[in-house]
Structures are given as C-alpha cells and as structure tokens.
Write a protein of this length. Structure first.
Length: 205
C-alpha cells in the first residue's frame, strides 16, 4: 500500500499480506474521516508512496495533497465538509445516503448486526454508528479479528454488502467533488477506488 513507516497502522503478523493492506487502508480512511488528522497521522500520509495501479496512483495523489496542504487549514476544511453551521456540505452517514434521513432503518439494521458480531458502540462517540469513519473502522476490525476471531471472508462480504457497498462509493465520489474539498478530495479518490476493488474482490469469491 505504501512504503512509508506503517507504525501508526501496524497490524498482526498472522494476517495474510493482502489483508494487512486492506486493514491498513480501512483504518487510514477511518482515522482521516473521524476527525481532522493529527500531526503524526498527517506526517504518515505525507510519506506514503503509490505505484502504477489505480489505487497506487490515488495514494500518490493523497500524499501529494498532504504535502501541499497547510496542516492548520485541515480542521477548517473538515469542519466545512462534515460539520458546518447546522450541517456540513456532506452528511457522512449511511442512513442519510440511503433514505435521505438520519436514524432510519439502515442504522437499525447495522445495530442489529453489530450486536451479533460483538461490536460495541464507543460511549465517547456521539454520532450514529453508520458514520463512514465508524464503518471503515468496523471493517478493519472484522478483518483483523478485534471482535473475537477474524471474520471469515463470507462474513466480511455480508457486512460490506449490507452496510458499506450500497452507499460508500457514492459518498467518496461526492467527497472528491465537494466545493470545500482540497486535501479531502484526495481522500475521496482513495476511498472510491478502494471500494471498487473491494466490491470486485467480494464478487469473485
């Protein structure tokens, strides 16, 4: 995924190489979308390198965007995109993308599946569980085995198709084109291509 020092995103050595890369990407997207990047996270992104694949090119663009960006501006960009005065430019929740409203049936279905999988809501987080960052984090946890045993591929597929696949790519595309996006447009590009890769891979299994 990247040649930069991956200490921030270190994963268990028992995972297959491709699953380590998947977990790192899900975790990276989760951290960048949950809040404005910290100094260490921003430095990590600046040091990433890509390759000639579609995803590698998007990763290189993300690293370039991080090197161009003023770190002090990132919180303002994040605020305009996701918080705003009353509401940000984008609403990063599955229920909203799928129904036009928050706290709808997609969130209830997610909570049901979370309970079955042993995923507990972080009491310090006030947003609904269908926030894009939370879902990226859950997917990383399923692959890594943070909720018990590592989830088998068919369970990962079920979770992805139920809670991520129907809307996340649309969100990432919107993030790429949002008026307030500069650094986060590149985050959107990585997310969009990664969602395409995951969807294709799950369909081939």
């Amino acid at each position: 995924m990247a040649s930069a020092d991956a200490a921030l995103y270190d994963e268990t050595a028992t995972l297959a190489e491709e699953d380590v890369a998947r977990t790192q990407l899900y975790r990276l997207l989760a951290r960048l979308l949950a809040r404005p990047a910290s100094g260490d996270e921003f430095a990590f992104v600046q040091g990433m390198t890509g390759d000639e694949t579609d995803l590698g090119r998007q990763i290189a663009l993300l690293a370039e965007a991080a090197r161009r960006a003023e770190p002090d501006e990132i919180p303002h960009e994040y605020h305009d995109l996701f918080i705003g005065l009353g509401r940000g430019e984008l609403v990063p929740f599955g229920s909203y993308y799928l129904t036009g409203f928050l706290h709808e049936k997609p969130l209830a279905r997610l909570r049901h599946d979370m309970a079955e999988l042993g995923i507990e809501r972080d009491p310090s987080v006030k947003e609904p569980e269908d926030h894009i960052a939370a879902l990226m984090d859950m997917m990383a946890g399923l692959i890594r085995g943070e909720f018990g045993e590592a989830a088998p591929l068919d369970r990962q597929r079920e979770f992805f198709h139920a809670h991520i696949g129907p809307w996340a790519k649309h969100f990432f595309r919107d993030l790429e084109g949002a008026r307030s996006s500069a650094f986060y447009a590149a985050v959107g590009g990585v997310g969009r291509v990664f969602m395409d890769i995951e969807e294709v891979a799950f369909s081939m299994e």
